[in-house]
Design a protein around this ligand. Structure first.
Ligand code: ATP
Length: 517
């Protein structure tokens, strides 16, 4: 685990060093859980968004996109349930003045018991060697059994407070924290305040304060912008069920525990698609979308073993099925996307609060009803992080050197082709520019003439550029160049006129999309 944490730290500093992700307002020492994307980061991010957008809107005739405003009428958030229920339970330590999520403290305590058990099992495995019978050991070891019982009892108690009939039992949560003797990692004390509910929405005001300013929220999810536009899109686009509306945009949550770099941010970006279906068909569509979305992820070639579904046992009050797609990050399997069957909760609730009739007239059955919804919701930043984590490698080379390389899927790489003149004379720089001038209309190219060729290759490896071309003496005679592949480091001689054909197919989003069909 320590080794994995190390890798993660390296990825974070790599992101900064190579212009992918910077802390926000860096010269003022940053702002907690807010990040800026740099010159390479923005290209990678745009490519991820394009891959998603095109897979939804180009590949499905019945999915269209919108771009709704971040500010919405405040009643939207009453209707969606966010004003009343979008809360995290928080607790403060009076000595360190640090604030924690009470549920996270308890979950970490459960994880500590799990760790303790795993350590005992691993120790025994080493001690017994080949003859080790893990199941039997877990059953018979006094120490493991005791820890397991404590863990299970805590888990059971935690479930009870989380699912208490009138909402989360906040006093019960505090009692668990006291009984388990959980201490603040900073002060080391157990001097806790009571647990309080904390709404995650950021508030601001529209209009001048004196003349009836009203409180509005920064949207905590993009989905509501789709629901309130359901009628507009359905009518103007003459959409027939089933159909979907896709949207990419910023969302804001005042996360209390913001850790793990861009995994949990206060300002982030979501790619959401709400698919409207006839009531009764939603579970069939839910499983279709599960499959479609998993395929989209696996199509990037990171290996099926790095993904899994995590089906929810406990469903939100409006959902009748929900799952997460989790990806193996250096800090464990973590959610990157949620797929939810949201019933007709949102549309019905907006109909109630707005007084508008939000229904679909089904020409086949001549009846009107409120459609049901399947939602697929993925965080751009988490997707970005998963791609970075999987692509980063410190590779030991045969000559004993190490190279840092990002094995980004070529279609997502910020720069597709780097062109180097071997030296700065004999017309080579001009020739290199000529190549770029021709190819820049088709994909992102970069010119580099500084340092030895080897160093230039390393810089391109570090930003995940899949191809490098070198213009040398021979180029000046026969119009051929060396083309070097990032992953294999192999070089071959090709005609300048062939470059576009060889590279374009590999680096286009279309190449990824074609594999989805
Ligand atoms: P979590 O349980 O990790 O807080 P969530 O279940 O609240 O996530 P959803 O509301 O389902 O997340 O949002 C859909 C997606 O939006 C998530 O799968 C994730 O990729 C992304 N997302 C949610 N919150 C954040 C955040 N604070 N920072 C970055 N991405 C986020």
């Amino acid at each position: 685990m320590a080794q994995q944490e190390d890798v993660f730290k390296k990825i974070v500093s790599h992101c900064k060093e190579y212009g992918f992700v910077f802390p926000s307002s860096d010269i003022y020492d940053g702002l907690g859980a807010v990040y800026d994307y740099g010159q390479n980061g923005v290209e990678l991010k745009n490519n991820i968004k394009q891959y998603w957008w095109q897979s939804m809107v180009l590949l499905h005739e019945n999915i269209v996109g919108i771009d709704a405003a971040i500010f919405m009428h405040p009643t939207t958030w009453k209707a969606s349930g966010h004003v009343d229920a979008f809360n995290d339970p928080l607790i403060d330590n009076r000595d360190s003045k640090k604030r924690y999520r009470a549920d996270v403290l308890i979950e970490e305590q459960i994880a500590k018991y799990d760790d303790k058990i795993e350590k005992e099992v691993e120790k025994a495995r080493k001690r017994f060697g080949d003859s080790f019978d893990e199941a039997k050991y877990r059953e018979t070891s006094e120490r493991v059994r005791e820890t397991q019982e404590k863990r299970d009892a805590l888990h059971e108690r935690y479930q009870q407070v989380m699912n208490a009939p009138g909402g989360i039992d906040l006093e019960g949560m505090k009692q668990i924290i006291l009984d388990e003797e959980i201490v603040c990692p900073i002060s080391g004390t157990r001097n806790w305040t009571d647990v309080r509910q904390f709404n995650l929405m950021f508030k601001t005001e529209v209009g001048a304060a004196a003349e009836g300013a009203s409180t509005i929220y920064l949207r905590p999810e993009t989905a509501q912008g789709i629901f309130v536009n359901y009628l507009n899109v359905q009518k103007t686009g003459r959409m027939k069920l089933p159909f979907g509306i896709a949207q990419i945009g910023k969302a804001f949550r005042n996360e209390i525990v913001a850790r793990q770099f861009i995994f949990r941010m206060r300002e982030f970006e979501q790619m959401e698609m709400q698919f409207f279906v006839k009531p009764g068909t939603e579970l069939e569509w839910f499983s279709k979308w599960k499959e479609t979305r998993m395929k989209w992820h696996q199509n990037l070639g990171f290996g099926a073993e790095n993904y899994r579904f995590h089906d929810h046992d406990k469903l939100a009050h409006y959902a009748n099925a929900a799952t997460d797609i989790e990806f193996r990050m250096p800090f464990g399997f973590k959610e990157v996307e949620g797929i939810h069957s949201r019933t007709n909760f949102d549309l019905s609730s907006h109909a109630k609060y707005s007084g508008k009739k939000i229904e679909y007239f089904d020409p086949e059955t001549n009846e009107s009803y409120t459609p049901f919804v399947i939602e697929t919701s993925i965080g751009v930043d988490r997707m970005f992080l998963s791609i970075m984590c999987h692509s980063f490698e410190e590779q030991k080379l045969d000559n004993g050197e190490t190279r840092t390389v990002l094995h980004l899927p070529a279609a997502l790489a910020p720069v597709k082709l780097a062109v180097f003149p071997l030296t700065k004379k004999d017309g080579m720089p001009e020739k290199a520019q000529e190549i770029i001038n021709e190819l820049r209309f088709h994909f992102n190219c970069k010119y580099e003439e500084k340092d030895q060729i080897g160093k230039r290759y390393r810089r391109m490896d570090a930003i995940g550029c899949p191809y490098c071309v070198t213009v040398d003496q021979q180029t000046m005679q026969d119009d051929t160049v060396t083309l070097r592949d990032r992953d294999t480091m192999e070089q071959r001689r090709v005609k300048i006129s062939e470059l576009r054909g060889i590279i374009e197919d590999q680096v286009s989003i279309t190449s990824l999309l074609k594999r989805l069909l």
